[in-house]
Design a protein around this ligand. Structure first.
Ligand SMILES: Nc1ncnc2c1ncn2[C@@H]1O[C@H](COP(=O)(O)OP(=O)(O)OP(=O)(O)O)[C@@H](O)[C@H]1O
Length: 315
């Protein structure tokens, strides 16, 4: 569709000490990031971490309170319109025009960007094909499912052939099938060389899609790197999850702590970090402990977040 031939290591997006204040409240507290052309980058963090505020500053729709921010080398403080012409935005809440049909939503947006009428028609047809909504072109927006609305919002964000796509929680509220369809389209955009930045609080989404992540908590970047590098740096290879009766917990924690790299207690289970979950379990059994329920799994970004913040990503 669009050929944004990647120039090696061309910086598309850069922030230093970026802050956002709403009155007394500092929602973004001095964050640094740098995104190069063709990368797929994610801001991962819980609700209220400051992800949307950061995205709105990048989208050049909300002014920064402090620090530096550049998109394509331009400063949104004085080149907002030029920046907005080169980016596509998928906001957290679909803001489609429900009075219009699917196709009309794309036309209107194209005309807003000043694209010629004939060009807009061709572009709309191409985009409906891309998001698999061709057969719904004349349907009312209201009749679409949540997943279809999301895809239409993505199509709309692509009207101006953006070099940079910003997606704020693109799959929140979608069922697994609808999510996978969105993911698949995002992969395609990446393959075409579009630079993508998304926010999410879904660790699987972050892990599946992103080349690089910035983990955000309480307005700060607490870690960054590829999903694999983050897991490698902050976790063991495996995690043994055990459920034990309340009264046995202290013994389990004590026994596991002898060999495991780390032990975390959650309200409903104990997480034992070890390179071999099976061996950790054998060690517990060797100490005469038999958990009610056990699960050995690969370490995930959720574990990284827990390690970094002492809290779970999902409420
Ligand atoms: N327009 C606003 N006015 C005042 N406070 C705001 C505004 N927008 C966000 N906040 C506050 O700033 C903090 C960060 O919010 P933000 O929406 O950026 O976080 P988030 O990580 O995107 O979370 P969510 O996933 O819930 O959107 C929150 O405490 C929020 O209440």
């Amino acid at each position: 569709m669009v050929d944004h031939t990647p120039a090696r290591d061309e910086v598309v997006l850069e922030a230093q000490g970026l802050t956002k204040r709403y009155g007394e409240r500092e929602a973004v507290r001095g964050i640094d990031f740098r995104v190069t052309r063709g990368e797929f980058v994610g801001f991962l963090g819980p609700n209220g971490a400051g992800k949307s505020s950061t995205m709105r500053m990048i989208a050049s729709t909300s002014p920064r309170s402090g620090g530096q921010l550049r998109m394509f080398g331009l400063d949104p403080a004085n080149a907002g319109a030029r920046i907005r012409a080169r980016i596509g935005v998928v906001p957290q809440n679909d803001n489609l025009d429900s009075e219009l049909t699917v196709q009309q939503n794309l036309y209107v947006y194209g005309l807003l960007f000043g694209l010629p009428r004939r060009h807009v028609r061709a572009r709309a047809a191409e985009l409906l094909e891309f998001v698999q909504l061709t057969d719904r072109a004349d349907a009312a927006v209201e009749s679409l499912s949540g997943g279809m609305k999301r895809r239409l919002t993505i199509a709309r964000a692509l009207v101006n052939q953006p070099e940079l796509m910003l997606l704020d929680e693109p799959t929140t509220g979608l069922d697994p099938q609808a999510r996978h369809l969105v993911w698949e389209r995002l992969y395609r955009l990446k393959a075409e060389g579009v630079t993508l930045v998304l926010t999410t609080h879904y660790m699987d989404e972050a892990e599946q899609l992103c080349d690089r992540l910035f983990i955000i908590d309480d307005g700060r970047v607490v870690a960054s790197g590829s999903p694999a590098a983050l897991i490698g740096e902050y976790c063991t290879r495996e995690v043994l999850e055990v459920r034990v009766p309340e009264e046995e917990r202290p013994r389990v924690v004590k026994a596991a702590s002898k060999t495991a790299a780390r032990v975390d207690e959650l309200p409903d289970r104990v997480l034992i970090y070890a390179n071999s979950g099976e061996r950790a379990l054998a060690a517990l059994r060797g100490d005469g402990l038999e958990p009610l329920n056990t699960l050995v799994r690969r370490a995930s970004l959720e574990d990284v977040f827990l390690r970094l913040t002492g809290r779970s990503l999902v409420d």
